[in-house]
Write a protein that binds this ligand. Structure first.
Ligand SMILES: NC(=O)c1ccc[n+]([C@@H]2O[C@H](COP(=O)([O-])OP(=O)(O)OC[C@H]3O[C@@H](n4cnc5c(N)ncnc54)[C@H](OP(=O)(O)O)[C@@H]3O)[C@@H](O)[C@H]2O)c1
Length: 253
């Protein structure tokens, strides 16, 4: 059985991946959708052509990950694509936020993503794909979003290294690094603070970001960056000293 496995499938970018991959992949038997909100995933599944499997899981809970591990061991599917979208960010100064919501970001964005990737690779074969949701926040440190940006820098670095390690197996890894995307992400992210106003000027649609990510993954690209402005920012972070950019950002606030 060929499957696609998507985490964070109840909302935003993950939900959009489910809808678009449903149309793109014809040689897949099932799409497995993972998130905590089962009802939301059921609504999405109703609009899809493929057989879907709804796995209501909290990816930070060991027992839920164990459940998935057992399911994989029982069914032994061939995972054609893993899309790791589950994640969240909370803005605000590090020393003013609750510790639990900051370490929670690391648990979902880094630890669970790593565990799920590890769990899925044995079920992949030549030409399987891994798509990891990083962010343009991975490109440099972000005061006021410090832990989130650091967590995405982890995803970016991990994905690039994994892509090299899996090259011989012909399993292709793409780190998706969008700027701000119009999703419910900001309902959580902005509960303590506001996004830099100029960032919102670059707000992209989930549809476009996902379309590009699927295309980049198809072409075996290691990074997917949507939009001219974010590509420009990516280039800047490669050539300018980070402190200079941090100084400019401080002035823009
Ligand atoms: N929106 C942006 O501006 C933006 C930009 C760059 C990167 N990203 C990244 O893109 C990814 C998707 O974000 P989004 O914009 O689509 O946000 P979103 O609409 O808030 O979706 C987040 C998804 O993660 C799932 N999730 C969160 N915690 C979970 C947990 N403990 N267990 C299982 N699932 C969990 C949520 O499902 P449940 O709540 O149902 O569990 C939801 O499906 C994230 O990794 C985010 O960091 C977003």
């Amino acid at each position: 059985m060929n499957i696609i496995l998507i985490t964070g499938a109840s909302s935003g970018i993950g939900l959009e991946f489910a809808l678009q991959l449903d149309n793109v992949f014809t040689k897949v038997d099932e799409i497995w959708m993972i998130a905590r909100r089962k009802e939301e995933m059921l609504k999405v599944a109703e609009c899809m052509e493929h057989t879907t499997r709804i796995l209501d899981m909290d990816v930070t809970k060991e027992e839920h990950l164990e459940r998935l591990k057992e399911l994989l061991a029982d069914e032994k599917p061939c995972i054609r694509m893993l899309v790791n979208c589950a994640g969240y960010g909370v803005m605000g100064k590090f020393d003013t936020l609750q510790l639990a919501e900051q370490t929670g970001m690391l648990d979902v964005n880094c630890k669970a993503l790593t565990a799920l990737t590890y769990m899925c690779i044995p079920y992949m074969k030549r030409n399987s794909r891994i798509i990891q949701l990083a962010s343009s926040a991975a490109f440099m440190p972000q005061p006021g979003f410090a832990v989130y940006a650091a967590s995405k820098a982890y995803v970016y670095s991990f994905s690039r290294a994994l892509s090299e390690e899996l090259r011989k197996k012909e399993i292709y890894v793409t780190a998706v690094c969008p700027g701000p995307v119009n999703t419910p992400f900001f309902e959580i992210a902005e509960k303590n603070g506001k996004t830099l106003a100029c960032k919102k000027l670059f707000l992209a649609s989930a549809e476009k970001v996902v379309e590009k990510a699927i295309n980049d993954s198809y072409h075996k690209r290691r990074i997917s960056v949507y939009g001219v402005s974010i590509k420009f920012m990516y280039a800047l972070t490669k050539v300018l000293p980070q402190q200079l950019i941090l100084d400019v950002m401080r002035v823009l606030k």
